[in-house]
Design a protein around this ligand. Sequence first.
Ligand SMILES: Nc1ncnc2c1ncn2[C@@H]1O[C@H](COP(=O)(O)OP(=O)(O)O)[C@@H](O)[C@H]1O
Ligand SMILES: [Mg+2]
Length: 370
Amino acid sequence: MNKLRVAVLFGGRSGEHDVSLMSARSVLNALDPERYEVIQIGITLDGNWLTGENTLDAFEKGNIKELDRVVPPSEPAHQSLYVVRSTKLGDKLETLSGVDVFFPVLHGPFGEDGTIQGLLELADVAYVGAGVAGSSVGMDKGIFKDVMRANGIPIVDSILVLRGEIEKDMNAVIEKVEQMGAYPFFAKPANLGSSVGISKCNSRSDLGEGLMEAARYDRRIVVERGVGNVREIEVSVLGNEHPQTSVCGEVLPSREFYSYESKYIDGTSGLLIPANLPSEISDKIREYAARAYKAIDCAGMARADFFFDNDMKKIYLNELNTLPGFTSISMYPKLWQATGLTYPQLVDRLIELAFERKAQRDHTERRRAA
Ligand SMILES: Nc1ncnc2c1ncn2[C@@H]1O[C@H](COP(=O)(O)OP(=O)(O)O)[C@@H](O)[C@H]1O
Ligand SMILES: [Mg+2]
């Protein structure tokens, strides 16, 4: 049996570069060497594509000098990557024979937002995960909320403000936010992840600071109403047009909110699987997760994150992460494990789904037949 050649992409230009290395380590461990031949490609914080012996080791150790540059694919039908080898006579391009499927294990901007997916579409290759639109809508907290509203999926009240509006008239922005109701509010850059640039604002002066902080990271800022007595419930979704959902899990944050520190640095957030919820609530959450997934034309996988107002017993969808944390101790694979799918089975399934999606693309006529 010919092995499938899988190019695993990791690192990347976002603030979640290091998280991506952790996710990629688990994916590499799970890819069955009997079935797959793996090509490791690391993307540096500057956006350079590199490969070589044990690329991930080199990235983890920060010792990438020995690696060779890879020319990212851009033209269809090549199915090849080029490696730039330096020789005494100058750089030489060498073909890295056909890659069957790309597996981007990249979180945040330039990985989860449709940009790399656009490149892979141009190259006309199979790749794991959501396409361009699903990725970018999943990433943009402003547009995502509008799409959810249009589909009748409950989300918290929010408004979108531009950095330019904040710079021009902060007081006008604050007044507009306060029309939504009482404090607290959350100010968030529209296109980031890992809680970077997010502030909980308990007062008017907090809000001013929170808006300034979020505006450092994006020209578009989402301000939303804080959910009181909030529980954070997450569901894993898997599939293309007929997605399946996992059992619900609950994040038990130790800090005031689920911050970058508690997620990745001090590891103080605990996961409770399955979440302790009445079945009518968890069924409803799973239904919203699948509907939201279809609404943004997601594919492959996503983790749907909800807020549950424990006083009002109200469910709100917060976001869909189209490339969720993927280490073996991350919520996404752990929820599947609890639902009966092991980590290696999950990785196999994601690769199958990538081929399924590619086959559908190949069935699509690009122009009117002559
Ligand atoms: N409207 C809200 N009400 C209550 N808590 C919130 C709200 N928005 C965000 N949070 C807290 O902030 C965390 C990060 O916000 P989130 O929108 O999930 O951003 P990220 O994309 O960085 O994960 C959430 O997990 C939650 O703890
Ligand atoms: Mg989140």
